[in-house]
Design a protein around this ligand. Structure first.
Ligand SMILES: C[S@@+](CC[C@H](N)C(=O)[O-])C[C@H]1O[C@@H](n2cnc3c(N)ncnc32)[C@H](O)[C@@H]1O
Length: 190
């Protein structure tokens, strides 16, 4: 069965997908949520080689905002070069830091789109949730990558949802590309 495809006029996904593991469907959904939620402050925790970073930087560009990527520095040069090659450097900042520590010291305002994809063990994901959730703006989306890949991600996300179900709702779950759970914080008055 073919995967769903959505096409935008914003840009050609091809360069984002070349030499990457991402399928068009995964990239379209990630980009679509980031872009069409109108997110202006976007954070990715766990950058690796910058594949998804280019999508978030692209969304930041079209939304008139800025994207940040936080990573301990693995493949930092490759990530920076990839974003630069796409002409997106001015819309994206790389923070070399432990993800939970970066969240504790975050000072760039409420976050409208948060992607959590750093350490995948239960303690790491729970620490990232604890550090970053206080910065999530009402109405914002949180994209938990690899939800189906490790029991650590799955357990930490489910616990978070069980404890915060009044404020955060399951928005979308998908199973390819190691799965993802997309959660939305309720908007004010919702
Ligand atoms: C799965 S990769 C991220 C993939 C990227 N989001 C993408 O889809 O292209 C995980 C990354 O998280 C980083 N990482 C792991 N633990 C971390 C931590 N405690 N703080 C910051 N980065 C961390 C690793 O260095 C690695 O680059």
């Amino acid at each position: 069965m073919s995967q769903p495809q959505v096409f935008y006029d914003d840009f050609d996904l091809g360069p984002h997908l070349s030499s990457s593991y991402m399928s068009g469907a995964f990239a379209n959904i990630l980009y679509g949520i980031a872009r069409f939620s109108g997110a202006r402050t976007l954070v990715e925790v766990g950058v690796w080689k910058g594949l998804t970073a280019t999508l978030l930087a692209q969304a930041a560009r079209f939304n008139g905002g800025h994207a940040w990527g936080v990573d301990v520095g693995e493949f930092e040069t490759e990530a920076r070069q990839r974003v630069e090659r796409m002409g997106l450097s001015e819309h994206w900042t790389y923070l070399t830091c432990d993800s939970a520590q970066a969240g504790q010291h975050w000072e760039h305002g409420p976050i409208n789109f948060l992607m959590i994809d750093a350490g995948h063990g239960y303690e790491s994901v729970a620490a990232d949730i604890q550090a970053w959730i206080p910065h999530v703006a009402p109405g914002a989306y949180i994209f938990f990558h690899d939800y189906n890949l490790t029991t650590g991600v799955w357990r930490a996300v489910n616990e978070f949802l069980e404890e915060n179900g009044d404020e955060y709702t399951r928005s979308m779950k998908f199973c390819w590309e190691h799965g993802a759970m997309v959660v939305r914080r309720k908007a004010v008055g919702e």
